[in-house]
Design a protein. Structure first.
Lengths: 369, 341
């Protein structure tokens, strides 16, 4: 994975361009701009770790002022419900980024699983068959990614980009040129409608419950298990991890397959929620998921993505979208708002990391020179 | 493979299809021509399957259509050359498609409002350069290009909607019809623009000191800095070039369609990325080249055209393009393994 074709490790001595997956955010400063490492207390809080929480607080504050609908329980519950699918996709993306890659084909996994589930329901199959088929299709996308990235050693960005191409084409072929599938209410099995929003698990809508469960599991998996540590090592220092006896290829495969499976869960929920399938609807989640992961990474002193951080990013996007809707901002302008917010948060994170300087990060930056 | 030495004479010659001068071969002899082989094979296949394919007017229309992807692709290639071709940390500009769309909308809206076409075009290019400056500044501050341009992509997509109000805006009138239609020499203005842009960029990147420096900055910023270059300045300029060329491409696209079509940015983005990365197949040292991008754009357009002429459903075109990227990358990876031994 670390071997993008053009900078294979032939000259380890030379100060080559940085590899992907190593300490992600400090790259620019690491090529020489970082100052002399200071001695300092390692525990002190890095200024940039406050950026994302402050942005979240600012969004809450501004929209509470601008709209009296905003800070109400039912509205916030709706925000959570709407952000559940993005949360699933973003947790999936967190896994992959943690493993040193990136997955642009998550949208394809969402779409294909939604397509499979909706098509089978439309054909009158049992709900569990449709759900299983949806998850299977999603996992298939992950397997293809893993094959390309681990088997053929194609860089993740390009491999998953091609899967995006192919997957979009496959959707069009399977839907006869991109015709949406609509499920008529009476024909939808109860279990499937249950997933779509009618059902409550312990008083919480199914989508939120699923997102919460996945987030908790993902968090525990990454931070508290041997697997999580190995995955992180494989992502950040693939060669060292390999030397230390970690099976880096197997770890990478597991990250991509798990991510696609999580995306597939989002896909099945999407099909249940929208009562059908609209081609390419899953692709809207990919870019937001990437944004959320990297906003979340600013919460970490070393720029490491984590599930809680990602959820903060998801909340930022969700609250921003909801707030902009409530104050009646035209849809046309909303992309601008989101783009500017994303850019400012990430920039603030980078600039504060460079100037304010977490001691640990500076140490890392200078050691690599 | 050692990508340290910037590719200079060889690429220019390779990309232009001239026989490579005798020089120590890096990759296996046959493999370095594999890219050309595939191109010739596919084109020959289409020529056999569809007699119309080799028709001069069809070939002219292929070149005309390729202009948009080629020009924007060459801009992206500049960013990747200067930023390094590592796809996660290196140079990438995801905003090119949306930027092109903005340029088309601005031109169409201003022309419709009665502004002189020249001024409309200048305003459009100014807008795209501003977007490029945002990219360049964000990257200069230390943000990863992937993320910085992801954000500007969202911003530009939204700008496109705001400017066009999500409606198709007709674009007609003199300079635009000249860009669209074949003139006296049988070539449209778009082809003239393409030839000029490609000529200048190929010369600048494969024949001059500037080009060598640009490759050096991309492949080893630390060494480049030690050698007295300013990588930050090169990077900033590369995003300006990329956005500016995306703007040119957007105006050409709007002229060709006789309208600015909202939301077209995402559609062309993937093609642009495809041709820029595909250029590595045409390079002996497996680096991104300007000439290779031009060739790749022509090839990809010819492929779509040929598939349409052969009666293959348009849904397959995307699948074939995806498979194509994968084939290209596999070849590159295999070759780089062979080369490093």
């Amino acid at each position: 994975m670390s071997n993008s074709p053009v900078q294979a490790p032939v000259n380890p001595g030379a100060p080559a361009a940085p590899e992907p997956g190593r300490d992600r955010t400090s790259r620019r400063s690491s090529d020489g701009r970082a100052g002399v490492p200071r001695s300092g207390t390692v525990r002190s809080l890095d200024a940039r770790q406050l950026v994302a929480p402050l942005a979240l607080a600012a969004i809450l504050f501004v929209f509470t002022l601008l709209s009296d609908q905003f800070l109400r329980a039912d509205n916030l519950a709706a925000v959570l419900n709407q952000s559940a699918l993005l949360a699933l996709a973003a947790v999936a993306m967190t896994l992959v980024v943690r493993a040193g890659g990136i997955d642009l084909s998550l949208g394809v996994a969402i779409d294909l699983s939604a397509l499979a589930a909706a098509a089978l329901i439309a054909d009158g199959y049992y709900a569990w068959v449709a759900i299983a088929a949806g998850l299977g299709f999603g996992a298939l996308v992950g397997l293809v990614n893993a094959l390309l990235i681990v088997g053929l050693r194609i860089p993740p960005f390009l491999a998953t980009l091609s899967v995006w191409f192919v997957g979009t084409s496959v959707q069009q072929l399977l839907t006869g040129g991109g015709a949406p599938i609509y499920l008529s209410g009476p024909r939808v099995p109860e279990e499937f409608a249950f997933l779509g929003g009618s059902g409550l698990v312990a008083g919480i809508p199914v989508a939120i419950a699923a997102a919460l469960a996945v987030a908790l599991l993902g968090w525990a998996l990454l931070e508290a298990t041997r697997f999580g540590r190995a995955l992180t090592a494989a992502g950040e220092q693939p060669r060292a991890a390999a030397i230390a006896g970690r099976r880096v290829p197997a770890l990478t495969v597991s990250a991509y397959v798990t991510a696609s499976l999580l995306a597939a869960i989002a896909g099945v929920l999407l099909a249940a929620r929208t009562n059908g399938f609209v081609p390419a609807s899953g692709q809207l989640y990919v870019l937001d998921a990437i944004g959320a992961v990297f906003i979340g990474a600013t919460l970490s002193r070393i720029g490491r993505p984590s599930v809680p951080g990602t959820l903060v990013g998801v909340l930022i996007f969700a609250l921003l979208a909801n707030g902009m809707n409530l104050i009646g901002l035209s849809f046309f302008w909303q992309g601008l708002g989101r783009g500017v917010a994303l850019l400012l948060i990430l920039l603030a994170g980078v600039v504060l990391a460079r100037d304010g300087g977490g001691p640990l990060r500076r140490l890392l930056a200078s050691a690599r020179r | 493979m050692s990508a340290i030495a910037p590719e200079r004479q060889a690429t220019g010659a390779d990309a232009l299809g001239a026989p490579a001068p005798s020089r120590p071969a890096r990759a296996a002899g046959w493999a370095s021509y594999a890219g050309y082989g595939v191109v010739v094979l596919v084109l020959a296949l289409f020529a056999v399957v569809s007699p119309v394919f080799t028709d001069p007017s069809n070939l002219a229309s292929i070149i005309n259509q390729a202009a948009v992807t080629a020009i924007a692709g060459m801009g992206l290639a500049v960013v990747i050359i200067v930023g390094g071709d590592d796809v996660v940390e290196g140079g990438i500009d995801l905003s090119v498609g949306a930027t092109a769309a903005v340029a088309g909308s601005v031109t169409a809206v201003l022309t419709t409002a009665g502004l002189a076409p020249v001024l409309a075009i200048l305003a459009a290019l100014g807008t795209t350069l501003a977007l490029g400056a945002v990219n360049g500044a964000a990257v200069g501050l230390g943000l990863r290009p992937l993320l910085a341009t992801l954000a500007t992509m969202g911003i530009a997509t939204s700008l496109d909607l705001v400017i066009s109000q999500n409606m198709k805006i007709a674009l007609d009138g003199q300079p635009f019809t000249w860009l669209r239609d074949a003139g006296g020499l049988g070539v449209s203005g778009a082809v003239v623009v393409l030839v000029v842009v490609a000529g200048v960029l190929i010369w600048a990147f494969h024949r001059t000191r500037l080009g060598v420096n640009a490759y050096a900055v991309g492949q080893n910023p630390t060494a480049a800095r030690v050698a007295g270059l300013n990588p930050g300045r090169y990077r900033f300029a590369s995003y300006l070039v990329s956005s500016g060329l995306a703007g040119v491409a957007g105006i050409l696209l709007a002229s060709r369609l006789s309208a600015a079509v909202p939301g077209i940015g995402t559609q062309i983005l993937l093609d642009i990325i495809l041709v820029a990365y595909m250029s590595t197949v045409f390079s002996r040292r497996l680096v991104i080249t300007i000439g290779g991008t031009l060739l790749a754009a022509l090839f990809v357009t010819a492929l779509s055209n040929g598939m349409t002429l052969s009666g293959i459903a348009s849904q397959w075109v995307g699948a074939v393009k995806g498979a194509l990227i994968l084939a290209v990358l596999t070849v590159v990876v295999l070759r780089s393994k062979a080369g490093s031994r």
